[in-house]
Structures are given as C-alpha cells and as structure tokens.
Design a protein around this ligand. Structure first.
Ligand code: SF4
Ligand code: F3S
Length: 115
C-alpha cells in the first residue's frame, strides 16, 4: 500500500503534506509533488492535510486518477526529496479544483510529461 498524489496538486503545490510526513517520502518537481511508494509507511497523516484533496490511498484512487500510481513511482526516482514546506505556487488558489491538469505536468522546468 502507498499514498498517491493526484491531478489537483498540479499548479497548486500547497506543500502542507510535506510538513507532516515522518519519513520524508515527498519528491518535488516544478509544479507537482509525488510520494515514493517504497518509502511511504502508510501513516495516513498527509491525506487530510492537503487543501486541494489531491492525496489518496492507492486502494481508494478514483478511476480517472489511476495513472498517478505509476507517475508517482516514476517521478519519485527522478525528483529530489523535499523535507520542508515552502510557499504554494503563486496562482494555487486559482488552479485548485480545475479538472484535467495532467497535460500541464512538468517533469522539469518548461518540459512537459508526455508519457
Ligand atoms: Fe508520508 Fe505518511 Fe503520507 Fe506516506 S502516508 S506519504 S508516510 S505522510
Ligand atoms: Fe500537492 Fe496537496 Fe501536497 S496540493 S504539494 S499534495 S498539500
């Protein structure tokens, strides 16, 4: 089991999740965070902390977010660990709740995830 960051984190990145994780399993990209499924101990602490309700237990992932299981596992191997909460992205409140942000996911600055 693991927890998974999904679509609504994109362009928001509120980062409240980072502050509560006891095992530092969040990894940071330009406009999204992911959870390392190997490091996650399923403590459940991060899920209620996300203002964008973007974190799910893998078994509770909505069908439309299933691809985020693989996205979290893959990008956790590429992005650096983040251990301290930073400010959200500047327009986070405007992006919160918008559907289908997946096409905006950046793997690195100005490089979109195309897989
Ligand atoms: Fe970290 Fe716990 Fe969330 Fe897993 S469930 S990412 S261990 S806070
Ligand atoms: Fe993203 Fe929510 Fe964390 S928006 S950065 S998963 S608090």
């Amino acid at each position: 089991m693991t927890f998974v960051v999904t679509d609504n984190c994109i362009q928001c990145k509120y980062m409240d999740c980072v502050a509560v994780c006891p095992v530092d399993c969040f990894h940071e990209g330009p406009n999204f965070l992911v959870i390392d499924p190997v490091a996650c101990i399923d403590c459940t602490l991060c899920e209620p902390e996300c203002p964008a309700s973007a974190i799910f237990k893998d078994g509770d992932l909505p069908d439309e977010h299933q691809e985020y299981l693989a996205i979290n596992a893959r990008l956790a191997q590429e992005w650096p660990v983040v251990t301290e909460k930073k400010p959200p992205l500047p327009d986070a409140d405007q992006w919160d709740g918008r559907a289908h942000k997946r096409a905006l996911l950046l793997v690195e600055d100005s490089v979109r995830w195309t897989k």
